[in-house]
Design a protein around this ligand. Structure first.
Ligand code: GTP
Ligand code: MG
Length: 560
């Protein structure tokens, strides 16, 4: 196994949970002189290579493993098999073969759906395993085991809350929340498979197309079940730009006034409908500033947003991934803040006049750039730009300069992680910092790492790191900003009482991430008051989370 693969596996299989500031379990050990950090490009290349030699096969149950493994081994060498179940209770095996050629040998041996001539089979990496006809072929029991069983299964919320209740410290709670809810290896593999599926379909029409995940699927801040942001890019090889070549392809000019890429995206949407098994509910939003195609992938249980040529989105994901890799406290802290914001409805799965996860993440990163007693946790983007060199130059669409240091091994060791505060202290100071922040006059800029003067009167101003003239929270209304200020004050007050040593029913993180209504509902159910509910199922909306108690008599009833 390559060193890179080993490193990735090591990171993904990290065991819970160190409590305080945990240099010791990070793969970035400062005293280790070997390569401490891998680059984002290396991770992406590794994941794409994995997907290129993998297939997803629908099976009867996890016990189909032996038969499927035996069958595939007749054609190719299997590296690993990962099992998962989607929300329709369908079972799937994600099989990684030893090489892409190996995997293609298996595809050569696939058959088409024979029952219905109206159904056109599609050559994509999503297959199903037909039950054996006639006498069952006997496969010797292999000594190979499923690498993962129930791979993308979300942790039960009740179990999670019980575990959080039993933690010794708030730092433990933050680490636990992160470890139990972050995307795992299986989730990430599946996301790259969904990207690969569309890439295979599109490449039968277009040369040089790549489809890559970006956003929280790859930036290190994704929780299980988060949406899958995909970008379709047209990769032009450097030799294709050689002006000395005299034979040049004729161009196809698009007629009809609309931008060519709106039309290409329309075609991709149609391909999704006609040629992508698993893709459903395809919606075209092509007149927006950034045209997107939304669809659900039913086999992978994913909500996907596909856009075109948003390379700056990929670089933004890279930047966030790098800052999250630099210090082991960044991601658990961000997870806690994102979860808290969701619980007090500061964020919502629907777009509107409120803050979203992306600017909220920038707020956490910005807080970690602040110099406190013993120094900063994260450097500013300005510093990463200063440390960059020739190989870091990246220019995205519309000439956006996305140059910053990519290889974190080149950073001086004393330029980050100076502060040794544990997670609970950081979380408390995060709320305290924003409780006192001058939102009226100041803007948040991870480029500068210090508050800067606001260029306009919008209630919340968070500078877009890669396009500093833009505000990524321009949609946030005055009321929502006021609510944000109020909630950070409440959260600081709540944590202060815990840090003073009081351990109540909703101590520490629980009081911040468990919705008041959910807790009240659970209490009610525990004391057998279900007769007061018309239907318990009616209460649960949005992602299966209890977000509203609709049918109870009064709020006062619940609180009792
Ligand atoms: P969740 O999907 O909520 O888990 O987080 P996310 O980080 O994936 O956010 P979202 O799906 O809203 O956006 C995907 C990516 O698009 C983000 O990670 C950013 O890189 C980028 N992005 C989101 N909002 C903005 C914005 O307002 N401006 C710019 N330039 N990029 C944005
Ligand atoms: Mg997203």
């Amino acid at each position: 196994m390559s060193v890179l693969l080993q490193t990735i596996k090591l990171c993904l299989n990290r065991k819970p949970y160190n409590t305080s500031y945990c240099k010791c379990f990070s793969f970035r050990n400062k005293s280790d002189n070997s390569k401490r950090f891998i680059t984002f490009d290396e991770v992406v290349a590794q994941r794409r290579a994995e997907a290129q030699k993998s297939l997803v096969v629908q099976v009867n149950s996890e016990s189909s493993f032996n038969e499927l493994y035996g069958y595939c081994s007749k054609y190719a060498t299997v590296n690993d098999v990962h099992h998962y179940k989607n929300s329709n209770d369908e079972h799937y095996m994600l099989i990684e073969f030893s090489s892409e050629d190996n995997m293609k040998d298996v595809l050569q041996a696939c058959s088409a759906h024979q029952k219905d001539v109206d159904i056109m089979s599609v050559q994509s990496p999503f297959l199903w395993f037909r039950a054996a006809s006639g006498a069952k072929e006997k496969f010797p029991a292999s000594n190979k085991l499923l690498a993962v069983k129930h791979g993308s299964c979300k942790i039960d919320e009740d179990v999670l809350f019980d575990e959080l209740q039993n933690c010794e410290t708030v730092s433990h709670q933050l680490q636990l929340l992160y470890d139990q809810t972050k995307l795992n290896d299986m989730d990430v593999r599946l996301r790259y498979m969904v990207a690969r599926q569309l890439e295979v379909i599109c490449s039968s029409l277009y040369a040089n197309i790549a489809i890559k995940p970006f956003g929280s699927s790859v930036n290190g801040f994704g929780k299980m079940g988060c949406d899958l942001d995909l970008v379709l890019t047209n990769i032009v090889a450097p030799e294709m730009m050689d002006s000395k070549r005299r034979l040049v392809y004729q161009e196809k000019k698009c007629e009809g006034g609309r931008s060519p890429w709106q039309r290409h995206m329309e075609l991709v949407a149609t391909l999704l409908e006609l040629r992508a098994p698993g893709a459903a509910r395809v919606t075209r939003i092509l007149n927006a500033r950034v045209p997107i195609v939304k669809y659900s992938h039913e086999m992978a249980d994913l909500e996907c947003d596909l856009c075109y040529n948003n390379t700056s989105g990929v670089y933004m994901s890279e930047l966030l991934w790098l800052l999250g890799s630099l210090d082991s406290r960044v991601r658990p802290l961000t997870f806690a803040v994102r979860r808290w914001a969701r619980a007090c409805s500061l964020t919502s799965p629907h777009p509107g006049r409120w803050i979203t996860n992306f600017p909220l993440t920038l707020m956490v990163l910005f807080f970690l750039q602040q110099k406190r007693n013993d120094g900063i946790v994260l450097p500013s983007l300005k510093y990463l730009v200063k440390m960059s060199s020739k190989e870091d130059v990246r220019i995205a669409e519309e000439n956006l300069n996305c140059t910053f240091l990519r290889d974190l091994n080149k950073l001086p060791e004393d330029s980050y992680s100076q502060s040794k505060d544990d997670l609970q202290t950081l979380l408390f100071h995060f709320f305290e910092f924003y409780a006192q922040f001058d939102f009226q006059d100041r803007a948040i800029s991870i480029n500068e790492g210090v508050p800067i003067r606001k260029p306009n009167a919008l209630p919340l101003y968070i500078v877009n790191p890669l396009e500093p003239s833009l505000n990524v929270s321009r949609n946030v209304s005055f009321e929502e900003c006021e609510r944000l200020k109020m909630e950070v004050r409440n959260a600081a007050w709540h944590l202060e009482s815990v840090l003073d040593g009081k351990k109540t029913d909703d101590w520490g993180l629980l009081g911040l991430i468990e919705k008041k209504t959910t807790r009240s509902l659970k209490k009610l159910l525990r004391v057998g008051n279900t007769h007061r509910l018309v239907s318990v199922k009616d209460l649960f909306v949005e992602d299966g989370e209890a977000s509203e108690i609709k049918k109870l008599k009064t709020d006062e009833d619940i609180e009792d």
